[in-house]
Each structure stands twice: as C-alpha cells, then as structure tokens.
Design a protein around this ligand. Structure first.
Ligand SMILES: Cc1cc2nc3c(=O)[nH]c(=O)nc-3n(C[C@H](O)[C@H](O)[C@H](O)COP(=O)(O)O)c2cc1C
Length: 245
C-alpha cells in the first residue's frame, strides 16, 4: 500500500475470514491506535467489550440476524458509548450527575465511532479485514444482559476483525459534488449525478457480487427510510440511562 490515502480508498467490508488468529501484541497495538483518536472534551467515552466466549458470540450472531462472521472472525468486539466511567466521579467528588443530556449522548457516540474507525484503519494497514455489525441493535437489551453492560453504557455497534478469506470489490461512493457543498447547502446537480451513480451501483451489484439484488442506491436508501427502524431504541436508551434532556 503506497499511502494512507490509498489504504482508506481501498476499504471494503470483509464478511469471510480465515481461521488465523491475531497476534496479541498486534491486537493491543490496534486498540491503542483506536484510543489515540480525538475525543470530545477528553471524555474518552468509549468501552470495547472483546467477546471471546463462543456461546456469547453465537448468541450475538443470531440476534444480529444470523450474521455468521460474528462467530467466525478471529476477533469480535462490541463498541459501547460509556458515560458511566466519567459519571462515577461526580459521586466521588460530591457533584450532581447531569450526564444524561442529549449532548452527552452525542459526545459519547461520536467518540465510539472515531475510536473504532481509527482501529479499523490501523487494522486494514496490516492486512486485516473488518465488518461493522449494527445488527447488535436488533436486540440491544439482550446484548446488555450478555455483556453485563450497566446503566450509562450502551452498545453502539459490533466489529468483526480477522484475516480476509475473500477479496471483494471496493463499493463506489456518491460523487464528491453530491456530498460536499461550497459555503451553503444546496442540491444543485444532485439529481443528475445520483441518477448516474444509481446505474453504477446497479452494475456493481449485478457484476461484482455474484449477481446480487441489483438495486440502485436511491432504491435501497428510500426503502430504508420508508420503514420504521428499530423502534425499540428510544425506550432502550432511556432505560440504559440516556434520557435525551
Ligand atoms: C455502523 C455500521 C454498522 C454496520 N452494520 C453492518 C451489519 O450489521 N452487517 C453487515 O454485513 N454490514 C454492516 N455494515 C457494513 C456496511 O453495510 C458497509 O460498510 C456498506 O455497505 C459499504 O460497504 P463497504 O464497507 O464494503 O465499503 C455496517 C457499517 C457501519 C458503518
């Protein structure tokens, strides 16, 4: 790989892994690389639960919609937003706990995403492959139970990590003109650019994923947004202590 830029542009999710394990020293270095990401207000509001227990893995694979790579990847981790660790010190220093505002939720969730993505980049730079698993939010209460996550901590996504046993094509992204605007938000030219992008994505599915569903990007995302999505999340988060004040 010639540069970090080439590496980032070569990303593709991996859903088939060899059974090769990851050297423990390398694994720790990857975690440290993730930790080095910027963190809002120095909160460090992320906790990784590394899941090695086979039964727990199998349970999580099932509840995530039978995503078998959760079981077969060398490593599987659940990335959690964590306001508890810092919140403990409000009690310690006899201060009120006000850490359940929407703003705190955003801070911790962003922290988790940045940490995970830095770890992902580090992992891909040494030839490992990854797949994020949002499927854990199908049943987040069960994930909390399995991993003993306390109030103030919630599972944001899982991450499979291992040596790739496949080499899928890079999935094309939207044109830059659509996702970056100059000074003000506008949709000028987007319709035409997205129509062309839709053809590219249809083609990508037809030819590069063994004749997959062949749906365009706009068909996929409109269908996503036309359905209720994990409606349990609001009550689940409230029960976990995220009150959105
Ligand atoms: C937070 C998050 C959750 C995701 N959850 C899943 C998942 O549950 N299962 C899966 O197979 N892929 C999952 N993905 C992977 C996306 O489907 C994938 O990144 C996207 O289709 C683009 O493909 P690429 O990563 O190969 O470029 C997730 C990605 C993100 C960022």
């Amino acid at each position: 790989m010639s540069s970090v830029i080439d590496l980032l542009k070569a990303h593709r999710s991996i859903r088939k892994f060899t059974d090769q394990s990851i050297d423990p020293a390398l694994f720790e270095d990857l975690v440290k690389s993730g930790q080095a990401a910027a963190t809002s207000s120095f909160l460090q509001g992320s906790t990784i639960v590394r899941v090695s227990d086979k039964e727990k893995r199998s349970e999580i694979a099932k509840l995530s919609g039978n995503q078998t790579y959760v079981e077969t990847a060398a490593e599987f981790m659940v990335f959690c937003a964590d306001l508890k660790r810092a919140g403990n010190y409000c009690a310690e220093y006899e201060m009120p706990f006000e850490g359940d505002f929407t703003e705190h939720f955003i801070i911790a969730t962003v922290d988790v995403a940045l940490m995970a993505q830095s770890m992902v980049t580090a992992a891909e730079s040494v030839g490992l492959g990854i797949c994020y698993i949002g499927g854990i939010r199908n049943n987040p209460a069960l994930v909390c139970e399995l991993l003993e996550l306390p109030r103030g901590v919630y599972p944001v996504f899982g991450l499979c990590l291992g040596y790739p046993d496949q080499n899928p094509e890079v999935k094309p992204r939207l044109p830059v003109s659509v996702i970056m605007k100059q000074d003000v938000y506008n949709e000028d030219g987007d319709r035409q650019a997205i129509t062309e992008y839709d053809s590219l994505i249809r083609e990508y599915y037809r030819t590069r994923t063994g004749g997959g569903h062949g749906a365009s990007w706009s068909e996929q995302v409109s269908s996503l947004l036309s359905e209720k999505s994990r409606p349990h999340m609001k009550d689940f988060l409230a029960a976990q202590g995220f009150k959105f004040r």
